[in-house]
Ligand binder design. Structure first.
Ligand SMILES: Cc1cc2nc3c(=O)[nH]c(=O)nc-3n(C[C@H](O)[C@H](O)[C@H](O)COP(=O)(O)OP(=O)(O)OC[C@H]3O[C@@H](n4cnc5c(N)ncnc54)[C@H](O)[C@@H]3O)c2cc1C
Length: 299
């Protein structure tokens, strides 16, 4: 290896190498026992994919609204947040114009490498919220919500973790209480944060941007008739009827007005502060006080 490096350096100094620069990285590449461009194509999944990635990188680096080439190291958190929100808007414009899913995937990957925290604001929607909607919502629910979600007319976040509960999903405390239809009103679920430890914690885009959330919660509903009713010692008393917990459900909850971005009544959210390398992404601490919305899964 050392001999190859010496030989490449000698070739370079003698002006015989392919390189016209003294960049040590170039010298290393010239001394490689394989063709780096072949390796680059292999890692990208083929020469065509590599060409696409490079074209997108170039296009994105030259786009001032996207701002991926701006030096962010001296920016305040507020400034990086603002710039990343502008970048997200531009990303969505470009993403809407992309002609295929392959180009969109490549664009998202390039954005992730160029500006991880701005990409985080997009990926919470594309890679966490949307797959949850696709996997858990009924056909009817998907017909109602997917077109808006896929077109970024709503921005979703993924609200599982709570202040007191991370990996242990079964221990989550947020409740989703089933309210049966009455007096002409359709049935719904009321979402509630009963304790401080039940606050949804670290939720990406929850602090500022997300308009909707996939909220993981304990389903509270009337105890069933039959054998399970005999187990009603475990059932919680709620209002006039016997209610019990049925396990974790995921609900689609609207957090903010999609036009003004203001939090809706019954929803609170605050910022969790600075994060090394991720200041462009707004991770939030969220709580609910009985807003009603729809369920995506049965218990
Ligand atoms: C920057 C950032 C962004 C995030 N974004 C989101 C988001 O958008 N949405 C969201 O819902 N969450 C989000 N999270 C939360 C993240 O998913 C949780 O931190 C994660 O689920 C772990 O939970 P915890 O931190 O409470 O750790 P814990 O669950 O308390 O785990 C602590 C440690 O105990 C270990 N452990 C836990 N349970 C067991 C077990 N049963 N057996 C053995 N070992 C165990 C774990 O491996 C870990 O080492 C984010 C977190 C960060 C830091």
């Amino acid at each position: 290896m050392a001999a190859r490096r010496v030989s490449a350096t000698a070739r370079h100094l003698a002006g015989k190498g392919r390189s016209s620069t003294a960049d040590p990285l170039e010298l290393e590449r010239e001394g490689a026992s394989f063709d780096p461009s072949v390796l680059a194509a292999m890692l990208a999944g083929g020469a065509d994919k590599l060409a696409l990635t490079r074209a997108l990188n170039l296009q994105m680096s030259r786009d001032p609204a996207l701002g991926v080439s701006v030096n962010r190291h001296g920016m305040s958190r507020a400034e990086e947040r603002e710039r990343s929100a502008i970048a997200v808007r531009r990303f969505v414009e470009l993403w809407r114009e992309d002609e295929s899913a392959e180009v969109r995937r490549a664009r998202e990957f390039a954005f992730a490498l160029a500006w991880p925290s701005a990409h985080g604001r997009v990926s919470n929607h594309l890679d966490l919220f949307l797959p949850t909607l696709r996997a858990l919502a009924s056909d009817e629910q998907q017909a109602r919500w997917l077109p808006a979600a896929e077109a970024f007319r709503m921005l979703g976040c993924f609200a599982c973790t709570e202040l007191g509960h991370g990996s242990f999903v079964r221990g989550l405390e947020t409740t989703a209480t089933f309210i049966p239809a009455s007096a002409g009103k359709p049935s719904c679920f009321e979402v509630h944060t009963p304790t401080a430890t039940a606050q949804k914690c670290w939720i990406g885009t929850g602090a500022q941007l997300a308009t909707h959330a996939a909220v993981f919660a304990q389903l509270v509903a009337p105890a069933a008739r039959g054998p399970s009713e005999r187990r009603s010692a475990a059932a919680a008393s709620h209002g006039s009827g016997q209610l019990r917990r049925w396990g974790i459900v995921v609900l689609l909850v609207q957090l903010r007005d999609t036009t003004t971005g203001r939090l809706l009544p019954g929803v609170s959210a605050r910022d969790l502060g600075p994060k090394m390398g991720r200041n462009g992404l707004d991770n939030g601490l969220m709580a609910f006080s009985h807003p009603s919305w729809m369920g995506l899964t049965a218990a």
